[in-house]
Design a protein around this ligand. Structure first.
Ligand code: CA
Length: 492
């Protein structure tokens, strides 16, 4: 746990802080590294009656909670018109421009920039679905390019006018197979270019991102970087989704992103990741990651606990950081899409009544992944399987809306932290306090070995922020029963 052959460069306690979760520090190559979160559905949740509380249990604006926890960037998806002709929402947050304006303003009020994720669709866009907005049906490619330019420019202007601080814009979402109903490479490239031009005309300092998925298809993903270059698409950020259940190893992720960074000089990032802190459902709609379907093809590295969730976030950030200074950041996907009505521990008629109420909220406010009204646009999937949140077990808030300890990972990655169950005095990490702990501290002071963060925290018995001979002396006095200055067990 602690021993390193190299001498300490400075005799001081590692700067880890003690928290409910242990987080290994990252030394970021890019000082502006983005520690972002997508909370696109949050307005529809609030409209459904959901409220959020900080880790102390106090009610607070979720944007402040996120900012205080170290999140420095917010991502929001934008659908052109996720409504039927009677203005009934398709669900998935009914994520239209009006909601993006609110999210952008509240993010800016709490010091966070905005990544605007245009899907150029009226509902979910991903590798299986890249349907153009209803209004764009039957248009030629050049007409679509005009529409896409105008929509991008006017939407960004509106978000900015409402107080949003747009730092980055995605031209499409998971556009691995196409965008806005176009699938031929030459047409896709034209649409990208129209979007990028709109962003440049909006604000030449805003970054433009192209977002793909399935980085586990290593060569195919690198081919996409080649395709963008071959077609002279002048973008800034090469982005991928990374869901560890399906998307390969962290080493492969670093490799794929490094290719775009080193070959083409692009910034790279993970635009979406998430991890389950529990396998329990809390809203009556089955979750994507559950006891029976959580690790297709992968041996997962992390437990399904808040600690495991925090480690996943940290390790994905580290994989992007390992690219070098072109590693721009990581966004966590829908970290607040909790239940609109907690079904935990309910059964029988109580459960059924709660589920009935939840369904009404999902239909009325769009706070589920899809409503029945989406059938007119997506009859084969959303129209059949509509319902609630499929990711309420991958959020950073429990089913009552209280922040989980894992949320602090967004801050703690900068300093590192040690778990609250580290035993004071246990410098060698063997689970007990004995004379070897005093010896280990002395060896650290003599620069014969280096203590890691958890050990350094445990060894700093007098809690003065640095290791010195007094810490070793306190252990010796404790063992000789000469001192009651330091009570091992009460300092856990
Ligand atoms: Ca659920």
């Amino acid at each position: 746990m602690i021993l390193s052959a190299t001498a300490a460069s400075a005799v001081s306690r590692p700067a880890a802080v003690r928290r409910d979760i242990a987080v290994r520090k990252i030394s970021f190559n890019n000082p502006e590294f983005i520690r972002g979160m997508d909370i696109s559905s949050v307005i529809s949740l609030e409209n459904s009656g959901v409220s959020f509380r900080n880790a102390e249990g106090e009610a607070e604006d979720i944007f402040k909670i996120l900012s205080d926890s170290g999140v420095n960037y917010i991502r929001v998806r934008v659908w052109n018109n996720p409504y039927d002709k009677d203005k009934n929402g398709y669900g998935g947050g009914n994520s239209d421009l009006e909601k993006a304006k609110i999210i952008g303003r509240r993010a800016a009020e709490n010091g966070m920039k905005l990544l605007v994720d245009f899907h150029y669709s009226d509902f979910w866009a991903d590798p299986a679905k890249q349907q153009e907005p209803k209004e764009w049906k039957n248009l030629s490619v050049s007409e679509k390019c005009e529409k896409l330019y105008d929509y991008t420019k006017t939407s960004l202007d509106a978000i900015k006018d409402d107080g949003g601080d747009v730092g980055m814009v995605q031209i499409g979402n998971e556009t691995t197979t196409g965008i806005a109903g176009e699938y031929a490479t030459s047409n896709v490239a034209k649409l990208y270019k129209s979007g990028i031009k709109a962003v440049r005309d909006f604000d030449k300092n805003a970054l433009t991102a192209i977002h793909f998925t399935n980085p586990e298809r290593t060569e195919a993903t690198k081919d996409l970087a080649d395709m963008l270059s071959d077609n002279q698409v002048d973008y800034d950020v090469f982005a991928v989704s990374y869901y560890p259940y399906w998307h390969g190893s962290l080493e492969n992720l670093t490799d794929v992103l490094s290719y775009a960074a080193k070959t083409y000089g692009k910034y790279v990032m993970v635009a979406e990741t998430s991890y389950a802190y529990t396998l329990d459902d809390s809203d009556g709609h089955a979750n994507t990651v559950s006891r029976w379907a959580n690790n297709e093809g992968e041996n997962l590295l992390w437990s399904f606990t808040p600690q495991g969730q925090a480690e996943e976030v940290r390790d994905v950030m580290n994989a992007v950081n390992n690219v070098g200074e072109k590693g721009l950041g990581v966004f966590y996907w829908e970290g607040a899409w909790i239940t609109v009505g907690d079904t935990t521990n309910l059964s029988g008629s109580e459960y059924n009544n709660r589920l009935t109420e939840n369904k009404k909220l999902w239909e009325s406010f769009g706070s589920g992944w899809a409503s029945s009204k989406s059938a007119e646009y997506d009859p084969d999937d959303a129209g059949k399987y509509y319902g609630g949140s499929a990711v309420d077990n991958q959020t950073f808030f429990d089913s009552k809306g209280r922040a989980l300890p894992s949320l602090e990972v967004f801050k703690l990655v900068k300093t590192g932290s040690v778990s609250a169950d580290v035993l004071s005095g246990d410098a060698d990490g063997d689970g007990a306090v004995n004379i070897n702990d005093a010896t280990v501290i002395q060896l650290h002071l003599a620069e014969k070995l280096t203590l890691d963060e958890a050990a350094g925290y445990a060894a700093d018995i007098d809690r003065n922020g640095e290791l010195n001979i007094n810490d070793a002396s306190l252990i010796q006095r404790y063992l000789a029963r000469l001192s009651t200055e330091f009570e091992v067990n009460t300092m856990r």
